[in-house]
Design a protein. Structure first.
Length: 113
């Protein structure tokens, strides 16, 4: 299973970035897609998840700033990140979960103060 994540980079505090994660149709149509992150010195944590039916869930720390969405035509899930803060700096990982969890390679997001 391939999860192709992209979109990370360096941004100033208050800025925006959009992460993308593409996978195969067989995965995308059945699995809940999510974004996790691991900040330096911390454990990996859930950022946002969206089910195959479109139900979303967010970590409290990103509610109102981040939006997860899915494009069924492109088999791609997005994470729109607005009002970024230095504490959002982390490696962000795309995941696909049904019973098994699949992980993509991380993409680094760095927010400068």
């Amino acid at each position: 299973v391939q999860l192709q994540a992209s979109g990370g980079g360096l941004v100033q505090a208050g800025g925006s970035l959009r992460l993308s994660c593409a996978t195969s149709a067989s995965i995308f149509t059945r699995y809940a897609m999510g974004w996790y992150r691991r900040a330096p010195g911390k454990q990996r944590e859930l950022v946002a998840v969206i089910t195959s039916g479109g139900t979303t869930n967010y970590a409290d720390s990103v509610k109102g700033r981040f939006t997860i969405s899915r494009d069924n035509a492109r088999n791609t899930v997005y994470l729109q990140m607005n009002s970024l803060k230095p504490e959002d700096t982390a490696v962000y990982y795309c995941s696909a979960r049904l019973v098994t969890v699949y992980w993509g390679h991380g993409t680094l997001v760095t927010v400068s103060s």
